[in-house]
Write a protein that binds this ligand. Structure first.
Ligand SMILES: O=P(O)(O)OC[C@H]1O[C@](O)(COP(=O)(O)O)[C@@H](O)[C@@H]1O
Ligand SMILES: [Mg+2]
Ligand SMILES: [Mg+2]
Length: 335
């Protein structure tokens, strides 16, 4: 089965991206099998070290990183940038492409049997790794994620539109489900790690205060809150039924730019969300227009249904007296 494509025959995969996408999908399928075996496959959630940012590395982070790096050799990938590695590596000097990857997203959930994922981004290879990856996200050629959940799914954009695939356990093939996923506009779910409330800046507090005030507040509507601590799972819910995700900057040491990484997480998710007609910003500026200052740079991240993301931007634009007012006095917004 190794040489056979892991995609069902009708999958609309562009020929120039076929080798790399086949390798990514094949590796993800192997990883999915390992994840499904859980403790039977060893201690995947055991801490084995720390990456360059000081984040704990679990066994599965390292296993996934090595699996993807070795599968990509010979697929046209010149530069390989991984959340788990300090610097960019050159795999194939003649390759025309470059790949950035978060090999295992949602690591804190590995042992809890909650959905985790892999996020990837493809770009044209430039002369150096830095030149290749320190560019705006709108330069990406393709982006996607695999979610290892009750179903294994691949969400992929290769430029236009967002395609969803499901891994059929009977055939072992990623099978096209929807060639045009769109983010629903009318949702009243938001996702944020509310334990950081006291560390947030005023516009974020004001936005969340108004959501929590529900039908009695200025938005005149009750909201529901979610937090899985797995960006891929959060994204998948929003692509499925709409809503809003926020990981803002906050006052904790090391969180001045939030937590999520531009190159491995935010740029690819933003490309997917925009391909599905959603919106992604850092609170005010479009993520895909931002240039990361360094390979592991972080950015505040807000994405989801376009109208909801625009409302968050509007809170950032409010004059100080409005921001500081109790929610009852902010009359500008409706859900
Ligand atoms: O634990 P926190 O601060 O709520 O952060 C959760 C976020 O961290 C992440 O787990 C970071 O990703 P990694 O697991 O790849 O480091 C995201 O998936 C998630 O959105
Ligand atoms: Mg991640
Ligand atoms: Mg990760």
């Amino acid at each position: 089965m190794t040489d056979q494509s892991p995609f069902a025959p009708e999958a609309p995969i562009p020929a120039d991206l076929r080798p790399v996408l086949d390798a990514l999908a094949r590796t993800a399928r192997d990883l999915a099998r390992r994840i499904a075996r859980g403790p039977l496959a060893g201690q995947m959630g055991a801490r084995v070290g720390a990456n360059s940012d000081g984040d704990a590395q679990q066994a599965l982070d390292v296993i996934a990183d090595h699996a993807f790096a070795s599968a990509l050799r010979g697929t046209g990938i010149r530069w390989y940038a991984s959340e788990e590695r300090d610097s960019v590596e050159e795999l194939d000097p003649a390759g025309p492409l470059a790949l950035a990857i978060d090999p295992l997203d949602g690591s804190s959930n590995i042992e809890t049997n909650v959905s985790i994922g892999t996020i990837f981004s493809l770009r044209a290879a430039m002369d150096t790794g830095a030149e290749t990856f320190l560019r705006p996200g709108h330069d990406q050629l393709a982006a996607g994620y695999v979610i290892y959940g009750p179903q294994v799914m691949l969400m992929l954009t290769v430029g236009a539109g967002l395609h969803s695939y499901i891994l059929d356990p009977d055939t072992g093939l990623f099978t096209l489900l929807d060639p045009a996923v769109t983010v629903a506009e009318d949702s009243c779910e938001f996702a944020i790690n509310a334990s950081n409330y006291r560390h947030w800046a005023k516009p974020v507090r004001a936005y969340i205060d108004d959501c929590l005030a529900g039908a009695d507040g200025p938005r005149a509507r009750n909201f529901n809150m979610r937090w899985i601590a797995s960006l891929v799972a959060e994204t998948h819910r929003i692509l499925t039924r709409g809503g809003l995700f926020l990981y803002p900057s906050d006052a904790r040491p090391g969180y001045a730019q939030g937590r999520l990484r531009m190159v491995y997480e935010c740029a690819p998710i933003a490309l997917l969300v925009e391909a599905a007609q959603g919106r992604a910003t850092d609170g005010s500026t479009r993520i895909l227009d931002l240039v990361p200052a360094s390979l592991h740079a972080r950015t505040p991240f807000v994405f989801g249904s376009a109208g909801k993301v625009d409302q968050v931007t509007a809170y950032h634009d409010l004059p100080e007296p409005e921001i500081s007012a109790l929610f009852g006095h902010r009359g500008l917004f409706r859900a």
